[in-house]
Design a protein around this ligand. Structure first.
Ligand code: CA
Length: 292
């Protein structure tokens, strides 16, 4: 039976991104990068509240000690959801004014990994960073162009990573004790004509779910042999990211964008920028909050 994709929220986001499920609050956090907003969607009643962040925000994760941690155009920042106040923690690219932070996620030990991208599309000018739980920041990867999806294998020995223009999902050996990565290899190669890989999540069977920017779909892949397991088409070309949520982590939430679509394209996909949801028959893993 084909999977049914529902529009969970007709958000009309300019650049919807970075969904993360907060199991404690039963909310889906997501960001609209270009509108500089952090959203909280409540699937129980379908309501969505937006907080003004005041700058471009690429990713937001709950913090174990309260509030949120953001990866913004200014660096790593703490964010108080009640007051809307940002507090700068670290700006590892203060010397690179044309870069901003993009996608980010916590590893299984509660470190926040987030990478950057060039706003003027300078190739290989970006990097991937880790905000450790003691508040220090390390650069873990250079020569990145558009840092995007992140994920970890079930046995926590491997990190998956997407630098979008490579059209690949890479894997690295991941050392949880030290928070370091090594030995890059390719586990998924995007064929021509399906768009570019953007955000990503790992399901409870260890398979990868990848959002297709300009590809109008999310796909499920086996990282062991690079095989495509499932394609879920969406009524939006610019699919940005996905994550599992809901009380049983059995619903895949998918963010999309309206950015860059002309009137003709928007007429064909009026719900572009929406938050979509599908029950794919597999569960996800709980998101890890920032541990610092
Ligand atoms: Ca992205």
């Amino acid at each position: 039976m084909p999977l049914t994709v529902e529009l969970a929220l007709d958000a009309r986001a300019t650049l919807g991104e970075g969904p993360t499920w907060d199991a404690e609050k039963q909310r889906l956090y997501w960001v609209d990068i270009d509108e500089m907003k952090l959203h909280a969607f409540n699937p129980l009643d379908g309501t969505d509240t937006a907080c003004e962040v005041g700058c471009r925000v690429g990713a937001a994760v709950p913090r174990a000690s309260g509030g949120m941690i953001l990866a913004t155009q200014f660096g790593f920042e703490a964010f108080d959801l009640e007051t809307g106040k940002r507090t700068l923690l670290a700006d590892p690219e203060s010397h690179l004014r044309d870069n901003r932070f993009n996608d980010g996620k916590c590893d299984p030990r509660g470190r926040f990994w987030a990478g950057t991208m060039s706003l003027v599309r300078e190739p290989k000018a970006a990097a991937l960073y880790v905000l450790d739980t003691d508040g220090s920041v390390r650069r873990v990867l250079d020569g990145v162009t558009t840092s995007n999806g992140l994920g970890w294998s079930l046995d926590q020995s491997t990190m998956y990573y997407i630098d979008t223009p490579t059209l690949e999902v890479a894997a690295f050996d991941y050392d949880g004790d030290t928070g370091t990565i090594d030995r890059r290899r390719v586990v998924v190669k995007f064929p021509d004509g399906v768009g570019r890989p953007d955000g990503m999540t790992v399901d409870a069977e260890g398979m990868l779910w990848v959002a297709h920017w300009d590809g109008g779909r999310v796909t499920r892949w086996d990282p062991a042999d690079g095989s495509l397991l499932l394609t879920v088409p969406l009524e939006a070309d610019r699919v940005t990211s996905c994550t599992f949520g809901g009380p049983d982590l059995d619903r895949l939430y998918v963010t999309t964008a309206r950015e860059g679509l002309d009137e003709e394209a928007l007429a064909r996909q009026p719900h572009a920028g929406g938050l979509f949801v599908v029950e794919p028959g597999v569960r996800g893993l709980p998101a890890v909050p920032y541990g610092g």
